[in-house]
Design a protein. Structure first.
Length: 533
C-alpha cells in the first residue's frame, strides 16, 4: 500500500508542470551528452604502437619527452606498449632517437647503490659482475653502428695455487643496425676495450659474435695473415671505382649520359720486400787513393880484415877485432869501411771503393690494370627530322680510346690492357607492376574507414536530434492548456471528458484558440498565475 502510494505521488509529481519541466531538462541534457560522446568518438584519432618491451627507466624518459613535444599518448592493455596517433608515429620515433631513447634495460654500477644490509659476499660479487657487464654494454652501445649489446664475464675464483690459477674470459653479443657491418679495426677495438676493463683478461679470451651468429673475433687469427683483409679489399675497390668514375666523367659529355659502361680490374701487389746491395768499384790512381796503413823496414851489413878493439860482441864480428893498445901508447886509427849489404821493405794499404744500397718496396703497388669500355651507338637527326642510330666512326673510336688511356693512366711497360667496344645497347623493358584496384588501395581503405566513421556519427547525432531532442524541446516550449473563462463544457464534452479522444480534441481547440486570440490566452495565463500565488 505504501509502495503504491509512493508511485502515485511520483506520477503526480511528473504530471505537474515543474516535474514535466525537470524531466524534459534531464532528458535534453542526457541526449546532448550522448550526442557529444558520439561526436568525440567520431573525432578520436587512430593510435598506433610507438614502442613496446621497454624498461621502466626508458618508459619514464619517453613519457617526459612526449609531454615536452606535446604529443598525446596512451597505454596498451597491460602497459606493454605506448600508443600515439598514427600520423605522428614516425615523427615521434625520430625525435626520440635524437635523444638516445630508448637506451635499453642494462644496469651499471648504480646497482651497487641499493645494497642491503647483511648481503653475503657471494651476492656482492654477483652484483659487481652484473654492474661491470652493464657498464661494458653501455660503452659498446655508444658506438654508432651498434644498436644493442650484451656482455657475459666468466671471472674465476681467486686461488693461492699457481697451477690451478685460471684466467677470466668474456663473451660479447652485438646487435648491429640493419645493413651495417664491423671491420677488423672496430672488432679489435671492442676486444681491447673489454680486455682492458677486466684484470688479467687478454684479447685472446674475448669472443665477439653478431646477431647472425657470425664469429667476429676470428678476424685477428694469425693463420689468416696470408689472406686479404677487409682493408685491402676496400683499397682495391676504391681504386677500381675511382678509375671508372674518371672514365665516365670524361666520356659522358661526349657520348651522353647512359650511353657508356666502364669496368676496371686492378692487380695490386700487397707484398712488402727489402733489398740490400754492396758494390765494389775498381781502384783509381794511387795518388788520389786514400791510404789505410803504411809499413817500412830497412837493414844494412859491413865486413873488415880482422877484429879489433875490446873483446866482446862487437869485436867478434868479422873486420871489427883490433888489438888492445900498449900502455902509454896512442891507439892506431883506421879508416871506416863501406857497408857490404843493405835491405829495405815498404808496405802500403789503400782503401777500397764500396757502395751499399738498401731498397724497400712499399706494399700496394699496381702490377697491372685492365679496363673495358662499352659505348652505345650515336643518335643523329636526318634532314627529315627523324632520329637515326649510327655506329661510331674509326676516328671517334680512336678519340675515345685516347681519352680513356689518359684517364686510366695507361702504362705499356706495366702491361696494362684497354678494350673499347662500340655496339647498340639492348634495353630491357621495365616491368610494369599492375596497380591494385581502387578499392584495394591503402589510401582508399583508410578514407573509406574514416568516412564511415564520420557517417555513422552523423546519423546517430541526427537521429537523436530529430527523434528525441526536438520533441522534448517542443513539449517544453508548449504552454499549459487552460480552459477558456466564462465557458461551461457541454453535456457531450462532460460525458466524454474521461476518454482519450476528447482530450485530444480539447487540446486542439486550445491550440486553435491560442492562435486566433493570443491576447485572451495571455490574460488566462495571468489569471492562473495570480490564483496560484
Amino acid at each position: 500500500m505504501a509502495a503504491e502510494t509512493q508511485t502515485n505521488a511520483f506520477n503526480s509529481f511528473l504530471q505537474s508542470p515543474f516535474g514535466k519541466n525537470l524531466a524534459l531538462g534531464a532528458g535534453i541534457a542526457l541526449v546532448m551528452s550522448i550526442m557529444g560522446a558520439v561526436w568525440m568518438w567520431g573525432q578520436k584519432p587512430d593510435y598506433r604502437v610507438l614502442l613496446s618491451n621497454y624498461s621502466d627507466r626508458d618508459g619514464g624518459a619517453i613519457i617526459d619527452a612526449l609531454q615536452q613535444m606535446n604529443i598525446p599518448y596512451q597505454y596498451a592493455e597491460g602497459g606493454g606498449a605506448i600508443l600515439v596517433p598514427a600520423e605522428r608515429v614516425h615523427d615521434a620515433r625520430l625525435k626520440l632517437a635524437t635523444q638516445g631513447l630508448p637506451k635499453g634495460g642494462t644496469v651499471g654500477f648504480e646497482l651497487m647503490e641499493n645494497q642491503k644490509l647483511g648481503v653475503s659476499q657471494f651476492l656482492e660479487q654477483i652484483n659487481f659482475q652484473r654492474a661491470l657487464e652493464g657498464e661494458l654494454a653501455r660503452s659498446i652501445n655508444s658506438i654508432a653502428i651498434i644498436q644493442t649489446s650484451r656482455v657475459h664475464l666468466a671471472i674465476p675464483k681467486p686461488t693461492v695455487f699457481v697451477r690451478e690459477k685460471q684466467l677470466p674470459t668474456a663473451s660479447v653479443l652485438l646487435n648491429l643496425y640493419q645493413g651495417r657491418t664491423l671491420d677488423k679495426q672496430q672488432v679489435n677495438a671492442i676486444m681491447h676495450l673489454v680486455s682492458s676493463s677486466v684484470p688479467e683478461l687478454t684479447t685472446k679470451n674475448v669472443t665477439i659474435v653478431d646477431q647472425n651468429g657470425a664469429l667476429l673475433s676470428s678476424l685477428d687469427n694469425p693463420a689468416d695473415n696470408n689472406q686479404l683483409d677487409p682493408n685491402q679489399l676496400k683499397y682495391i675497390q676504391e681504386l677500381q671505382n675511382g678509375i671508372v668514375h674518371r672514365i665516365e666523367s670524361i666520356l659522358t659529355p661526349m657520348v651522353g649520359a647512359g650511353n657508356m659502361r666502364a669496368e676496371a680490374s686492378v692487380d695490386v701487389d700487397f707484398s712488402r720486400s727489402e733489398q740490400a746491395a754492396e758494390t765494389y768499384k775498381p781502384n783509381g790512381n794511387a795518388e788520389d787513393a786514400s791510404k789505410r796503413s803504411e809499413q817500412s823496414n830497412e837493414s844494412s851489413n859491413s865486413d873488415t880484415d880482422k877484429a879489433e878493439g875490446i873483446p866482446g860482441a862487437s869485436s867478434n864480428q868479422p873486420g871489427q877485432a883490433v888489438a888492445p893498445p900498449a900502455p902509454n901508447t896512442p891507439a892506431p886509427t883506421k879508416a871506416a869501411t863501406a857497408p857490404v849489404n843493405t835491405q829495405k821493405e815498404s808496405t802500403i794499404n789503400y782503401e777500397i771503393d764500396k757502395t751499399i744500397r738498401y731498397d724497400q718496396h712499399p706494399m700496394g703497388n699496381i702490377k697491372r690494370l685492365s679496363v673495358a669500355v662499352l659505348v652505345n651507338n650515336k643518335t643523329e637527326i636526318d634532314e627529315k627530322g627523324k632520329s637515326i642510330v649510327k655506329p661510331l666512326t674509326d676516328a671517334e673510336k680512336e678519340q675515345i680510346t685516347g681519352l680513356v688511356r689518359e684517364a686510366m693512366g695507361f702504362s705499356k711497360d706495366r702491361g696494362d690492357s684497354l678494350n673499347v667496344v662500340n655496339t647498340a645497347f639492348t634495353l630491357t623493358p621495365e616491368e610494369i607492376l599492375p596497380e591494385p584496384s581502387f578499392w584495394k588501395q591503402f589510401a582508399t581503405l583508410d578514407m573509406a574507414k574514416t568516412g564511415g566513421q564520420y557517417l555513422i556519427s552523423g546519423l546517430i547525432i541526427l537521429y537523436l536530434f530529430f527523434a528525441v531532442l526536438r520533441p522534448m524541446i517542443r513539449r517544453l516550449s508548449t504552454p499549459p492548456i487552460v480552459p477558456a473563462p466564462n465557458t461551461e463544457p457541454s453535456d457531450t464534452d462532460s460525458k466524454a471528458s474521461g476518454t482519450q479522444s476528447n482530450q485530444e480534441d480539447y487540446l486542439q481547440s486550445a491550440k486553435k484558440m491560442a492562435t486566433e486570440d493570443p491576447q485572451m490566452v495571455a490574460n488566462i495565463v495571468k489569471n492562473w498565475v495570480r490564483e496560484n500565488d
